[in-house]
Design a protein around this ligand. Structure first.
Ligand SMILES: Cc1cc2nc3c(=O)[nH]c(=O)nc-3n(C[C@H](O)[C@H](O)[C@H](O)COP(=O)(O)OP(=O)(O)OC[C@H]3O[C@@H](n4cnc5c(N)ncnc54)[C@H](O)[C@@H]3O)c2cc1C
Length: 394
């Protein structure tokens, strides 16, 4: 049941419709997907397609391009509900369908943009490729280059991206590359829309601790040529775009799945600790256990308020600094909630018979990707304190 107090009847119906699909089609087979491909895990493409056909994919594509142009709050509710079953799937599903605004920002002809809108609405997945082996938190250390070929009016892209979520299933890639190395990254890096069939190769599929339903791999660009009109936005503006806040689409991808996971943790903890008896009492009645569960609820409600506040602000075009707080806070809270769920279930929480151990493994990555929580804190602090004048003089 949708927990967001301000949800309308229509929003509840939409979100609960998505939940029913994943509950019925994904939940009974999660272990099968988790263990598939020699234990690397596989993205459940059949469930993806069922959700696509029910109209749940790429919800922000504007109506004039054939989409629903759905508001951020409703999208958040839908992804939260999907996240109750598996946050990794919710992350991959939402994340792989949120790039049409980047395609719109290219100079490709409208027919080509329409063709991509149609493909995406039919389920085509995309991938965001910023990180490189030597450029993680320090994204400006990226090495990928794009060189303009005047003769053919094309960009020639070379480089290797790593840890790209959804890359093994993607039909197109958002690539960040240097177009002018004489400048700083904020002026010398540009973004490109690159279709897979232009010669993009995939590297090894990663063997991860969790998030097995979201496949991750290297993306290799070896003299890949794209027409000049595939640049996203203006030359040199790619880096700012890559690091842009996560208050809107980013909150849906990075935070809404966590609200669902936290909710699932709470429901599991409440149910289990009421049934489990030790020393003649329900374990929920031991205050040490019960208070952990009460804290889970407090944290989750606080995160929910913050996430939907950010989404409402994004819908109304209001600028807030929530994007600097939201991802780190929500993922730290969810990690604690997942850890505590295992704890209150004792040894059974540690067993694969229950989903708590999967939630714990899945929660961890949300503190790392999309900018680590240390880097988020660093950036937040920067907005709160004045620049050191002694340093500024150097
Ligand atoms: C499963 C998974 C999926 C991912 N998906 C994508 C994707 O789709 N697209 C994409 O582009 N990238 C993706 N990433 C990459 C992800 O964003 C990076 O892993 C992340 O930004 C951290 O970079 P790093 O791993 O190189 O860690 P590092 O940057 O090497 O950090 C190591 C440690 O140092 C800390 N640290 C670094 N710099 C500072 C600093 N200045 N101050 C304080 N602490 C600091 C970090 O917080 C961390 O604890 C994914 C990663 C994973 C694991």
């Amino acid at each position: 049941m949708v927990k967001y107090a301000f949800a309308t009847e229509e929003q509840r119906e939409l979100a609960e419709g998505a939940y029913k699909i994943v509950k019925n089609e994904l939940e009974p087979r999660i272990e099968e997907y988790e263990l598939a491909d020699g234990g690397l895990g596989v993205y459940p493409m059949d469930v993806h397609q069922t959700l696509v056909e029910a109209g749940y994919f790429a919800l922000s594509i504007p109506e004039e391009w054939g989409g629903l142009g759905m508001d951020m709050v409703t999208q958040g509710l839908i992804i939260e509900e999907i996240g109750k079953v598996d946050a990794g799937f919710a992350f991959a599903f939402a994340g792989s369908g949120c790039y049409f605004d980047r395609i719109l920002a290219t100079k490709m002809p409208d027919e080509e943009k329409q063709m991509w809108a149609d493909k995406i609405l039919a389920g085509a997945m995309g991938t965001f490729c910023l990180t490189e082996p030597e450029a993680g938190s320090d994204a400006a250390a990226l090495k990928t280059t794009a060189v303009y070929d005047e003769k053919t009016d094309e960009w020639i892209i070379n480089g290797t991206k790593c840890f790209a979520s959804n890359a093994p299933n993607a039909e197109y890639f958002i690539i960040f590359a240097w177009t002018d190395k004489s400048k700083r990254a904020s002026q010398g890096v540009s973004a490109f829309f690159v279709e897979k069939d232009r010669g993009v190769q995939l590297g090894k599929k990663e063997n991860k601790m969790g998030l097995h339903l979201s496949e991750t791999s290297d993306v290799i660009l070896d003299n890949v040529r794209v027409p000049a009109d595939h640049m996203i936005g203006e030359p040199g503006k790619g880096f700012g775009m890559a690091l842009g806040g996560i208050s809107g689409a980013g909150a849906i991808v990075n935070c809404a799945p966590l609200l669902g996971m936290s909710q699932a943790c709470i429901e599991q903890a409440v149910e289990y600790t009421q049934q489990r008896r030790q020393f003649g009492s329900r374990v929920v009645d031991f205050q040490a256990v019960g208070f952990m569960i009460a804290d889970m609820e407090m944290r989750t409600q606080a995160c929910r308020s913050m996430v939907y506040d950010a989404l409402r602000a994004a819908d109304e075009g209001v600028k807030t600094n929530l994007d600097l707080c939201i991802k780190a806070y929500t993922s730290d809270c969810t990690m604690q909630t997942a850890l505590d769920t295992v704890q209150v279930m004792g040894g059974y929480g540690y067993m694969k018979e229950y989903p708590a151990e999967r939630w714990m493994r899945n929660a961890k990555i949300f503190q790392i990707f999309g900018g680590t929580n240390q880097v988020k804190r660093k950036n937040l602090l920067k907005t709160m304190i004045e620049r050191d004048p002694m340093k500024a003089r150097k």
